[in-house]
Design a protein around this ligand. Structure first.
Ligand SMILES: NC(=O)c1ccc[n+]([C@@H]2O[C@H](COP(=O)([O-])OP(=O)(O)OC[C@H]3O[C@@H](n4cnc5c(N)ncnc54)[C@H](O)[C@@H]3O)[C@@H](O)[C@H]2O)c1
Length: 355
């Protein structure tokens, strides 16, 4: 019989994604959301009522919540408010499940990882895409040497018309736009499949032609959003030099006059892999051949549930973190360099101090 010791969880930030956390915690045996904090008056209590979190206490200040009797927290604040609650939670001795992206400034990512080590607590990052069995299968192929040395990859994605609103389009809350909202998943997936290579340099560009367009704003938001309030990027591209002479090209967009920015794929000396099609290109008996890998059904909801389950299990078992913060530092360094490069309009070096 499995040990189902109760795991008492708090949620910081009671907005959109926090609801997905609350619903999944309710489905994990032994996990219980006992506290919710949000800076907006009444929001934490409204959230508790909406999700039927019986007995949970509402807080306006997460620092006060961290003094409550709980051992883990989900941090679901917008990107600009990831750092302080994470540091405070770790310093208060709580295990942390932090929503993506971990950080945009590398210095903040390093601080968080060091704080987790000092406190001997887990810092896990919310990339549920790692629980997609198709991504896991692709990773196994690459890790078992099926492609030989991977020297080039492309990743990213895009929407023809899909600029979100709310806190996502303002630098003050989101820090960045499409790159952080949807791009960071592709970046994480590609790096994870490639074995988390060290980044050396980044040359990037970003733009905001659609978010700033009155025509697009009128169409996309029914006139409720003003283009002058939009101050993040809706498009980003980066050429990322990695260790061992490998290159990753990253492309993402919230809006464009096109359907797709192309597939995620990997080129190796012994084979190639198209992640979207799950097609493996190889050269058997000197014949250029391709094999379709078996595709397994998977959806966002299942992956999200697995992310919450894995975190609760890790808290119960005393670790390790399912998606450790320190394994997200290369991606964080790339994001940091991407924005610097775009601002400087030049390639920038990635400096990665030891943790
Ligand atoms: N994993 C996923 O699939 C997924 C999906 C959507 C969003 N996200 C991530 O989740 C985070 C939140 O996104 P969202 O859509 O829920 O945003 P949101 O704006 O709907 O909610 C954020 C909430 O945090 C609160 N908040 C901000 N600062 C706070 C503070 N200091 N203390 C307490 N509360 C504070 C806000 O008042 C708001 O209620 C973002 O980082 C986003 O990238 C992840």
């Amino acid at each position: 019989m499995a040990d189902e010791r109760e795991i008492r969880v708090g949620i910081i930030g009671a907005g959109g994604i926090a609801g997905a956390h609350a619903e999944r915690y309710k489905r994990v045996p032994g996990a219980r959301v006992v506290a919710v904090a949000d800076v907006l008056p009444g929001r934490a209590q409204g959230f508790i009522d909406r999700y039927g979190l019986e007995g949970a206490r509402a807080y306006g200040d997460y620092r006060e919540m961290l003094r409550d009797d709980l051992e883990a927290v989900s941090i679901c604040t917008f990107n600009a408010a990831h750092y302080e609650p994470t540091m405070a939670a770790l310093e208060a001795g709580k295990h942390v499940l932090l929503e993506k992206p971990m950080a945009v400034r590398l210095s903040q990512g390093l601080d968080m990882v060091r704080a987790a080590r000092r406190a001997n607590r887990m810092l896990s990052i919310g990339f549920q895409s790692r629980y997609d069995p198709n991504v896991q299968q692709a990773r196994r192929v690459v890790h078992s040497g099926g492609l030989g040395k991977v020297y080039y990859a492309e990743t990213g994605g895009g929407r023809r018309k899909g600029i979100p609103g709310g806190t996502f389009v303002r630098k003050e809350t989101a820090v960045g736009g499409a790159v952080l909202d949807i791009g960071c998943y592709s970046l994480d997936t590609a790096l994870w499949i490639m074995g988390d290579p060290r980044p050396l340099a980044v040359s990037a560009t970003t733009s905001d032609y659609f978010g700033k367009s009155p025509v697009y704003a009128r169409q996309a938001w029914g006139g409720t959003m003003r283009p002058e309030d939009f101050d993040v990027e809706d498009f980003g591209v980066a050429f990322i030099r990695l260790e061992a002479d490998a290159v990753l090209v990253f492309k993402i967009s919230w809006a464009m006059h096109f359907d797709s920015l192309g597939h995620t794929f990997f080129l190796g000396t012994e084979g190639g892999l198209d992640l979207d099609q799950l097609r493996l290109y190889h050269d058997t008996y000197g014949l250029g051949a391709a094999t379709d890998l078996p595709r397994r059904d998977s959806n966002w909801g299942d992956q999200f549930l697995r992310k919450i389950q894995a975190f609760v299990e890790a808290v119960r078992d005393g670790g390790p973190a399912p998606i450790p913060g320190e394994r997200i530092l290369h991606a964080t360094a790339i994001l940091d360099a991407l924005y610097r490069s775009a601002a400087e309009r030049a390639e920038v070096k990635v400096e990665l101090p030891p943790v």
